[in-house]
Design a protein. Sequence first.
Length: 330
Amino acid sequence: LFPLIPPSVEFNYYIFILYSQVLKAKNFSHWKGEQQMYKLDIGWPKAPEYFTGQTFCVAVDSLHGLVYVGQRGDNVPKVLVFSEEGYFLHSWNDTVEMPHGIFVWNTATGSSVWLTDVGTGKYGHTVKQYSPLGKLLQVLGTPGNAGSSLIPLQFDQPADIFVEETGEVYVVDGDGGMNNRLLKLSDDYKELWLTGTNGSGIGQFKIPHSVTVDAFGRVWVADRGNKRIQVFDKVTGEWLGSWNGCFSEDGPYSVRFTADYKYLIVAQLNINRLAILAAPPVGSIGDCAIVHSVQLADETKPHLVDVDMRSGAVYVAEIGAQQVQKYVPL
């Protein structure tokens, strides 16, 4: 139609508006909401060629400025360690079969790395604690044997772990195996409480996939197969509520809080999205409200995320893209 319109002030105005809309779409098309909360750090990592397998999980050591990445594949290092600036530091591979979830635990005396292993070989069906350099310190579960026993402790494809400063441990078990449960263990790894069976009722799970604890005494679980998040009291294990309304398109794969505990970051693998939900500080859980979302590229497949509780940066382990990306708050 443009050739039919003679050059004029009005024509130039239309062109300006069109050009502005193109620029807007180019720069902000992957964001929903009224404002941008994060931006991609295109310089992280400095050497992405170190990602040689499928990146399933990521954990941030906020105290020491380190980022741990768990990846799978034949003849690849299973755990990669980067600085928060993106420099590759080292890797380790011993006694790790198929990493699924990973978590850094800092105490007054040191730090360690906890990892869930869903492999079916001699190291699998376990939750393991390592030194920052990869020395095996502790094994929970019965290596190589799937099960539901508590004495001795057994897992079947444990999906994720969260460890409090006290040393108390939360495990969601499992990633498609016989178990669909949430366990809380004492600092000497004895059962404090357990909840969950296979199902869609209150307190039941279908693939409990990720777990985190907020600053108000609540445990949040990504109940992936039921397309909801369930919330429990961390002391008693009592069910407090669930969020169903935000996950009709795809279930939640990962749950992590922002540093101020105002928002919950949720990965949705099948629709390649990060959802940022408002978190209730106290009182009723209510239902969820997505404040913003980040639409990732097709086939990125974000699996698990972690948040740097010092800088606020969000790290996303992407199975499809076989990389970890870093988003920094604005």
